[in-house]
Design a protein around this ligand. Structure first.
Ligand code: G6P
Ligand code: ZN
Length: 540
């Protein structure tokens, strides 16, 4: 029986950089999830007759939310939902399923790299038929619907058994429970030279992949161990847990410290990698060598042709604006179109769909290609393994060769987390107000050459997205970007991105190489006094 439950709008259901993210407790609160899901149906023009993909990263509330969404889809007339076994799907695997099954869209339950569990975060993200995150026109429509929702519809029925593979029905709707790993693993096998990687594995090469107790454990086991012949011990923290073992499943040197300790130690394996809560981010590290996401993107752009799926070459490349310009140097040398978009994977969708870009990446540890419409953690790991298998060089040697050819963009991001929202917003607003007066003025030890509030005109559909971050160029080529995070759930997070190009000295500590830009940022923005913070919380 279909129940119609009266409700009233709940404030703040505005999707951010990547879906709606809130505390798990808030999502569990009465009508919170239901209001938002009903608003998704409204925002996408109704779900009647449609086919959706559904799955999440296994964090607390994943299974309960899956059951609720299934019943709500059935009540609103959806034709079919393809759901990952036990409600699980990594974000790239969900994107792939939407595409290969020709679904109308999908819902991914994740707060990505944010901690999970009863005290952590939960999230709901809608992806469209191309497999990518919904564009702003759709997320705005969902938000608008959430401000006007008066009732929701839900089937009054028992929970489904999500552990059993196969097809069943819920009311008039078909539900197909699928193996979350199989199709994705097959796709990877088509893109990369598994024979070459297997040969590398048997040549004494050692690796460690850290699944951070999140979704990629089962994927890494199937691909790295079962299909590529790595030993079982190559995958650490491989069992997904609802609270990620109490960890912060963000693959960077700060949060993946267990892996970093190993990679910087005496008995380090040749190669290390990690992925985040929902499997779309990656960290790449060689023995004693951390590779920044911006450098990793540039290395992949320069070498992707060694992988069979990219042997035909790249149509173009794209990065988010705050990502370093290391990619641009490769693009220039190889005569490839290169795009800079606002932060957020959804901005790559049109470029990928239109065949203008093959590879995309972000400084926030996301890299991917046109094989799906999300960034893809294990894809990046396999791409690196394919490159190492083809070149038979160490990660450190690959980096040295890359910098020798293209120069090095020293790069760092400083994050000030959980700061006062009003103080952070006024810091940005005050900078924005000065932008047109900054050119030619000194900023600490540097002189400003150009200053802008980044605005993006999508080259495919002409849509304009303004106010995407303050970008300041300095004489001599250094660059500074400041923006507020769109994914946090506590107060505000100020991100300060800095880079400086160097053509000869590749062995500096990035913080030392960037000391002038760091001083210029302080001189321009007054971070210490305005936010009351002496040092950033996270330096990557
Ligand atoms: C998510 C998105 C990324 C984006 C990142 C930025 O991970 O999927 O595309 O780069 O958020 O987060 P921020 O906190 O900087 O807004
Ligand atoms: Zn993620």
């Amino acid at each position: 029986m279909i129940q119609t439950i009266p409700t009233t709008p709940i404030e703040g259901q505005k999707p951010g950089t990547s879906g709606l993210r809130k505390k798990t407790a808030q999502f569990r609160a009465l009508r919170y999830l239901e209001n938002f899901v009903q608003s998704i149906w409204t925002g996408i023009g109704g779900v009647a007759g449609k086919t959706l993909v559904l799955g999440g990263d296994g964090r607390a509330f994943n299974v309960d939310a899956t059951q609720t969404i299934l019943k709500m889809a059935a009540a609103s007339g959806a034709a079919k939902v393809i759901v990952g076994q036990n409600g699980l799907l990594s974000t790239p695997a969900a994107s792939n399923l939407i595409r290969t099954r020709g679904a109308d869209g999908g819902i991914i339950l994740s707060a990505s790299h944010n901690p999970g569990g009863d005290d952590g975060d939960f999230g709901v993200k809608y992806n469209t038929a191309n497999g990518g995150p919904a564009p702003e026109s759709v997320t705005n429509a969902i938000f608008k619907a959430s401000e006007a929702v008066t009732e929701y519809h839900i089937l009054d029925s028992a929970d489904l058994d999500l552990g059993a593979l196969g097809t069943t029905t819920l009311g008039d709707m078909t539900v197909e429970v699928v193996d979350p790993v199989a199709d994705y693993a097959t796709l990877m096998e088509q893109l990369f030279d598994f024979d070459a990687i297997r040969a590398l594995m048997t040549s004494g090469f050692t690796l460690r992949f850290d699944a951070m107790h999140a979704i990629t454990g089962p994927y890494a086991r199937e691909i790295l161990v079962n299909r590529l012949g790595a030993p079982e011990s190559a995958v650490m923290n491989a069992t997904p847990l609802p609270d990620f073992g109490g960890g912060h499943p963000d693959p960077n040197p700060v949060w993946a410290h267990e892996l970093m300790g190993l990679m910087m130690g005496d008995d380090a394996p040749d190669f290390g990698a990690a992925s985040d809560g929902d499997g779309d981010r990656n960290m790449i590290v060689g023995r004693g060598t951390y590779v920044t996401p911006s450098d990793s993107l540039a290395v992949i752009a320069a070498n992707a042709h060694v992988a069979p799926g990219y042997a035909r070459g790249l149509a173009g490349v794209a990065r988010s604006m705050p990502t370093s310009a290391a990619l641009d140097r490769v693009a220039q040398a190889r005569d490839l179109p290169c795009y800079a978009t606002p932060t957020g994977w959804k901005f790559f969708g049109n470029l990928l769909d239109a065949g203008r870009a093959t590879l995309c990446g972000e400084e926030s540890a996301g890299t991917g290609s046109d094989h799906v419409r999300e960034k893809d953690g294990l894809w990046a790991v396999l791409m690196w393994l394919n490159i190492l298998a083809a070149k038979r060089l160490s990660v450190a040697e690959v980096m040295a060769a890359h910098w020798a050819e293209f120069g090095r963009n020293y790069y760092s991001r400083h994050d000030y987390e959980g700061v006062d929202k009003t103080a952070a917003e006024s810091l940005i607003a005050d900078l924005r107000a000065q932008l047109d007066k900054l050119a030619d003025l000194p900023a600490g030890p540097l002189v400003v050459s150009e200053a802008e509030d980044f605005s993006y005109t999508d080259p495919v559909d002409g849509s304009v997205t303004a106010a995407q971050g303050i970008q300041i160029m300095f004489e001599g080529g250094a660059r500074l970007v400041l923006r507020l995070s769109g994914t946090g759930t506590d107060g505000a997070t100020l991100r300060v991105y800095m880079e400086n190009f160097e053509s000869a000295d590749f062995g500096m500590d990035p913080q030392a190489a960037l000391v002038d830009v760091i001083a210029a940022a302080e001189a321009l923005a007054g971070i210490k006094t305005r936010l009351g913070r002496e040092t950033p919380d996270v330096v990557t």
